[in-house]
Design a protein around this ligand. Structure first.
Ligand code: ATP
Length: 313
């Protein structure tokens, strides 16, 4: 269990984390979601005691983490997947870490197998791809059998097979009763993994919500209809609480009537329908809508890059 209370971190004029209060509970996967620069890594560093809060507090299993007598049994963390000695093999890296917490070769080999690195266990970690490095980082986090697993962008660099593996792996850790807390800036990465969401933007809490509630709130009842008799259909649909807009003579966008009722109405009046499509926004769109005010770093979308001549001026 992690408990954050009014947690705040300032770096000079920058408020990286702004009065965050939320709990991360055991037995579920909690996703920590926010655009680039939202304060996710800073929050995770404060949870681990690597950064000191400007104000507010955070407790790990009810205590200040810095006073823990067995810190790696409490939280297994992956903050920077690249923080390994590149010349050392994956197995030796884990053995060296394991020696500091009383973990021996047997558990190291079990973990290498669990994360899918058994075959490359004796190769230098420096030769690993980004995804293999992430797997090694996850194995390091799990070494001391922690009750809390905290991972910063764990699927970064993984191929689709790796992403599926992380999803089912994290889910099984939560089912064992562990607290699983992972960050991402992509809703699509959370969609099938997280049971609960903490959404942040510019250091502030935007939503603390179950995935089921988030999905329900993202739902819209808009329906797109294509019909050669769109005008007649629009006339039949006119009623209080129903909005009908039209972008072409054969196309309607209808809000306030379920698709099934529109289909039945058209059938009763003998109006042909060429398309009848409920328009549900993707969760990614819902997340972007929620955080659009807090996105700090926007790329250009006009496709225009400065020319060499312009850059040289
Ligand atoms: N040591 C530091 N000194 C000054 N500013 C910092 C420092 N660390 C973070 N920041 C600033 O704090 C803000 C939050 O950064 P942080 O890395 O926590 O965000 P994030 O949500 O993890 O972003 P990303 O998804 O890009 O990793 C940013 O504006 C960042 O520039």
């Amino acid at each position: 269990m992690l408990e954050l209370q009014n947690l705040t971190k300032r770096y000079g004029d920058v408020v990286a984390v702004d009065d965050l209060t939320f709990d991360v509970r055991p037995g579920v996967v909690t996703g920590f979601l926010g655009p680039n620069g939202a304060g996710k890594s800073t929050t995770m560093r404060m949870i681990l005691g690597l950064d000191r809060p400007t104000s507010g507090s955070v407790t790990v299993n009810g205590r200040d983490y810095r006073t823990s007598t067995a810190p790696l049994h409490e939280i297994g963390a992956l903050l920077d997947g690249k923080a390994v000695d590149k010349g050392r093999s994956a197995r030796n890296h884990l053995l060296a870490l394991g020696a500091t917490v009383g973990v021996g070769a047997r558990r190291v080999d079990e973990l290498l197998d669990a994360v899918g690195l058994a075959e490359v266990a004796r190769k230098p970690a420096g030769s690993f791809s980004l995804g293999m490095g992430q797997r090694l980082g996850i194995a390091s986090a799990l070494l001391a059998d922690p009750s809390i697993v905290m991972l910063d962008e764990p699927v970064n660099g993984l191929d689709p097979d790796g992403i599926l593996w992380v999803r089912s792996f994290l889910r099984s850790l939560a089912e064992e009763g562990r607290t699983v807390f992972l960050s991402s800036h992509l809703m699509s990465e959370m969609e099938l993994t997280a049971d609960h969401l903490i959404v942040v933007g510019r250091g502030r809490l935007i939503r603390d919500v179950s995935m089921a509630e988030f999905i329900a709130s993202a739902w819209s009842d808009k329906v797109r209809v294509v019909s050669p008799d769109a005008t007649a259909l629009a006339g039949l649909l006119a009623a209080p609480g129903v909005t009908v807009t039209s972008s072409s003579p054969t196309e309607l966008e209808i809000e306030g009537v379920p698709a099934s009722e529109i289909g039945d109405l058209a059938a009763r009046h003998g109006l042909p329908l060429h398309e009848l499509v409920p328009l549900h926004p993707s969760l990614e769109e819902a997340f972007m809508e929620l955080t659009k005010e807090s996105v700090q770093y926007h790329g250009r979308t006009d496709g225009a890059l400065p020319t060499t001549a312009a850059a040289a001026r």
